[in-house]
Design a protein around this ligand. Structure first.
Ligand code: ADP
Ligand code: G6P
Length: 734
């Protein structure tokens, strides 16, 4: 088995150079802290940016950089300061980050930084290609590297690639505003598996894929050429044991062993034993709602003045992306707010807000988590928020209250916390009051449920689930009933075809020989296709039938001069050897008067849909509608029709973005069987892509070679992935 290559912008450590020596400091942020626990170092390699630009690394230190990173199982991608500016401070954090967190007004769309983003993504892809062998698994992380999967796929079509997005995926309405939206989606679709923290992000992504790229999506599978891409949600967990063990160890420390911070916290606790400490820890980021939180704190103290001098808010804000103007403005805003609120409310013995603007070592983080009575996290948007989970994991005696914004991905899994809307100050003030007065037994009750869940679905389980899903995806779409048509199988079929005395072939048209088109009339045959069909139909002892749901007028125009055998309108009409069409089934059409107005009412209410009137059937096409809406309307129409046609001998066929109503005694299976019965055929072959072709697959004799185009569930024996595959196979019959 190959190794796993993790690839992200941040490595587990950031290198710094001072006094000509290199120090490695742990990276902050959910991606690095979470993945660090997964990355064992031995059989996985982590590729990323060291945190230093090329210009910052003196030549003599370059080898030491590699050594320092190798100690952490890591390897670097070199970036110049111009690249860091355009890629990291630019496109990643001035375009995607704000856009994906719904800060549309902060998003800058600069062509130059998009160009650098592409270039740097290529650098990361090249770094993977240099290290990877074909049996390795590539796991790409986060919004800085969304083009990497496709860039790797291009060079290594068979390698296994997973992608995980650590931030929200916004709704289509937001995502569509980005000029390079299609390129970004295509970049991601190079992966075999795309993971998100929550189902909401997953469905936003699928909706964008359908609407912007027009790809077929079935549940959470995306069909792209001859590949299936799986999309799923995997809520990231934490290294639970690391946090709870650290908390237990801290609880047993003697006075001398305690950190300076802990001693200070203890002193304050002792001096005001019934005072409560509120804690918030975030990177200094506008998505975290820090300014709102400060305002809400002031609001709370005004609404519940009895808590003045009885509560203290500890804010730990970690410096982040400080070259981006919005972050600089935010820093200024927070400094001023803290200054103003403390200035207005402080007393001789009480400072309401303690504000730390720095990164802290892990052990101080644990001091804060274990000491503070209430964790108060108010992101306006947050992909997950691991701090919430870490706080709960450190509460060894199960006391403590978590107040969490419902806009954080983790809120989905933390229902037992107090969930708040970060914009609702009234609700927040009441939540703080509720937290302060919450009985110990209730705290323990809530936290024990949360702890069990976090312990079970920890970061290791998360990573394993993702990797298992990626493996299954790669190993071959095991859920398909039919077998993929391999070269060996094709050889056997070709041999059987050659050996047989009398052959019968049924070939569907749309989606099998030709691609779909918004206007069905435009999906006409090309010269290459005519040539292929000429050659097959001219073969001795070979009866080839084009079998289609199309109307006879269109097929008369396209194929009658060619004298191909044809069955159209699902089996109503037949034409053999260039003769005019005649009826194969006697069918009624008086029902159409009743159904037509119903379909019209659906056309009126479903922009982009239209009715196709055939001689003996009516079809409602919804290929050009909004995909979600069209599907919804189709389900609705199905219900309406089912009750309407209950007493008529009619059936509704659900095709590919089309619903067709026709007589029940007409279908492709029945038509095919009538032809089959006319002669002693010893080679029977049927190929089609659509639900209506299933009738042939079902009814033809067991010995028939039946082939589905596409990977949907089927009664056919085999499947192929594309129209190109179909044509390649048919060439073998010429
Ligand atoms: P984000 O990924 O947006 O920064 P998360 O809450 O998901 O937000 O992850 C933050 C991670 O960074 C957590 O694992 C947390 O422990 C770590 N962290 C946060 N603040 C600090 C700090 N001051 N010092 C060290 N690590 C921190
Ligand atoms: C979030 C992102 C990560 C990023 C982290 C810290 O968690 O999802 O990709 O690494 O924030 O941000 P930074 O810009 O310092 O890497």
């Amino acid at each position: 088995m190959g190794k796993t290559i993790i690839i992200s912008n941040r490595l587990p450590v950031q290198l710094q150079i001072s006094n000509e020596s290199i120090t490695a400091i742990p990276s902050v942020g959910g991606l690095a802290t979470g993945m660090k626990s997964v990355h064992s170092g031995g059989d996985s390699l982590w590729i990323g940016w060291s945190g230093l630009t090329d210009e910052e690394i003196p030549q003599e230190l370059a080898p030491k950089i590699d050594e320092a990173l190798a100690e952490h199982g890591s390897s670097k991608v070199k970036l110049t300061s111009a690249e860091v500016d355009g890629f990291y401070y630019g496109f990643s954090n001035r375009t995607i980050w704000p856009l994906f967190h719904y800060f549309l007004e902060y998003s800058e769309f600069e062509l130059a930084s998009w160009d650098i983003y592409k270039k740097v993504n290529q650098k990361f892809a090249d770094a993977i290609l240099e290290k990877a062998t074909d049996d390795d698994t590539i796991w790409v992380h986060d919004y800085q590297l969304m083009l990497v999967p496709q860039m790797v796929r291009e060079k290594r079509p068979d390698i296994s690639i997973g992608f995980f997005l650590h931030i929200p995926f916004p709704s289509y309405e937001i995502f569509r505003t980005m000029p390079w939206r299609k390129e970004v989606l295509s970049g991601l679709l190079g992966a075999d598996l795309i993971g998100f923290h929550t189902y909401d992000y997953e469905r936003h992504f699928l909706s964008s894929v359908r609407r912007l790229l027009g790809l077929d999506v079935s549940f959470n599978d995306i069909y792209l050429d001859d590949r299936t891409i799986k999309v799923d949600s995997f809520p990231m967990g934490i290294d639970y044991k690391k946090f709870s063990d650290a908390a237990k160890e801290h609880a047993q420390r003697s006075e001398e062993q305690k950190s300076e911070l802990q001693k200070r916290l203890d002193t304050h606790k002792k001096s005001t034993p019934d005072a409560k400490f509120f804690l918030s820890i975030d990177r200094l980021d506008y998505s975290k709602g820090i300014a709102k939180r400060l305002n809400a704190f002031e609001y709370f103290l005004n609404k519940y003045p009895q808590y003045k001098e009885k509560v203290r808010l500890i804010i730990l804000a970690v410096p982040s992306r400080s070259n981006v103007p919005q972050y600089q403005l935010l820093k200024k805003e927070i400094d001023e707010l803290v200054g103003r609120i403390n200035g207005e409310l402080s007393t001789v013995s009480w400072t309401p807000i303690w504000y730390f603007y720095r990164s802290m070592p892990f052990e101080n983080l644990i001091d804060l988590y274990t000491t503070c009575d209430i964790a108060w996290l108010t992101p306006i948007r947050d992909g997950m928020n691991l701090v919430a989970k870490e706080y709960i994991a450190t509460r060894t005696d199960k006391t403590g209250v978590l107040i969490l914004s419902e806009m954080a991905g983790s809120a989905n899994e933390m229902n037992e916390s107090i969930l708040i809307n970060p914009n609702n100050f009234e609700q927040i003030a009441d939540a703080l009051n509720q937290a302060i007065t919450m009985p110990k037994a209730e705290q323990q009750n809530r936290n024990s449920i949360l702890q069990k869940r976090l312990e079970r679905y920890n970061v290791e389980k998360w990573a394993n689930d993702f990797m298992t899903s990626l493996r299954n995806q790669k190993e071959g779409n095991t859920t398909y009933v039919s077998r993929k048509l391999s070269v060996d199988l094709m050889n056997t079929i070709t041999k059987d075809f050659g050996k047989s005395n009398k052959r019968l072939l049924f070939i569907d048209y749309d989606g099998t020989l030709a691609g779909f088109h918004n206007d069905p009339q435009k999906a006409s045959p090309d010269a290459e296709l005519y040539e292929l069909l000429d050659q097959i139909s001219n073969r001795e002892n070979t009866d080839m039938y084009l079998i289609s749901g199309r109307d006879k007028e269109t097929f008369t125009k396209w194929f009658l001069p060619k004298k191909y055998n044809m069955i159209v309108e699902h089996g109503v009409w037949i034409s053999q050897n260039g003769e005019e069409f005649r009826m194969l089934e006697n069918v009624k059409k008086d029902w159409m008067e009743k159904i037509h107005p119903v379909l019209e009412s659906f056309v009126d209410r479903t922009p982009g849909s239209f009715i196709e009137e055939k001689n003996y059937s009516l079809a409602w096409h919804y290929r050009n509608t909004d995909p979600d809406f069209g599907q919804k309307r189709a389900t609705e129409l199905n219900t309406v029709l089912t009750s309407l046609i209950a007493n008529d001998d009619l059936s509704v066929l659900n095709g590919n973005k089309v619903m067709e109503i026709k007589s029940s005694n007409v279908n492709k299976g029945r038509a095919a069987m009538r032809i089959y019965a006319e002669d002693a055929y010893d080679f029977v072959f049927a190929i089609g892509d659509d639900w209506t072709d299933e009738f042939m697959f079902q009814e033809l004799p067991e010995s028939a070679v039946t082939i589905k185009v596409g990977r949907q569930k089927t009664q056919a024996k085999y499947y192929v992935d594309s129209i190109k595959n179909v044509r390649d196979l048919l060439k073998r019959f010429t």
